[in-house]
Design a protein around this ligand. Structure first.
Ligand SMILES: [Zn+2]
Length: 233
């Protein structure tokens, strides 16, 4: 077997391992697990922020209510307006005052109503977030269990493929193997491709003159464009 043939055999076996890795990586179990984990990592901070917002808004409502109360009390000064008018007071002056105060109260009341709605919305958001957190905690418990099971079930198969790969590795030049492994970690696959008419059969890029020469002498060369390892096709 030539080096290229050995490497091709290695790649063929490696594809089985890649499939197992992809099966695990694309599984529902992993998806649910990662989703729950990422949600729960951010949840405490989000809940704290929502809680703080609700507290802040409630304080604002209380402040406005107090202001309303204070202004409403000034109206009681006019309770005896009839007697004051009877005593010769200027009714137009008092009427103007009462109108101004009433309008001010009306505007504060509207402000309170709008703010109360904002508080309610904030509280609702907090409750929803809390509920979602509980759901996600459940999802996390369930999915971490099923993800672990799936991992374990694939592990046996992966181990036997790895053993096969280790055996094949022994017959391959270390520097070529190293190159292959780097590319494998970069998620390039297939790594080893045939050259075709002086071009990379994967991406179509033309080889350099030196590259063509090396290929024809039986060496492997790297494609300048997609960085796959090319062999004479
Ligand atoms: Zn290429």
């Amino acid at each position: 077997m030539t080096q290229v043939e050995k490497l091709l055999k290695y790649q063929e076996t490696d594809e089985k391992l890649l499939k197992l890795e992809r099966d695990l990586g694309n599984s529902e179990e992993r998806k649910n697990y990662v989703q729950a984990k990422s949600f729960l990592t951010k949840a405490p901070e989000k809940l704290d922020a929502l809680d703080a917002k609700a507290v802040e808004l409630s304080a604002l409502v209380a402040e406005l209510n107090k202001k309303y109360q204070e202004i409403a009390e000034t109206l009681s000064d006019f309770d005896h307006i009839d007697e004051m008018v009877d005593g010769g007071a200027n009714i137009a002056f008092y009427k103007k005052n009462v109108t101004q105060i009433s309008e001010k109260l009306k505007s504060i009341k509207a402000e309170i109503a709008s703010l109360t709605k904002t508080v309610k919305d904030a509280e609702e958001e907090y409750q929803q977030m809390k509920k979602k957190t509980i759901d996600m905690q459940k999802q996390y418990t369930e999915s971490s269990e099923s993800y672990k099971k799936l991992k374990e079930s694939l592990q046996g198969e992966a181990l036997s493929v790895k053993k096969e790969l280790d055996a094949l590795k022994k017959d391959i030049q270390p520097e070529v193997m190293k190159k292959y492994e780097i590319k494998r970690s970069e998620r390039i696959f297939p790594i080893l491709c045939a050259e075709k008419g002086g071009r990379c059969s994967k991406c179509g890029s033309e080889l350099s003159l030196a590259g063509k020469e090396r290929i024809s002498s039986g060496e492997v060369v790297e494609c300048d464009n997609c960085h796959r390892i090319l062999y004479k096709g």
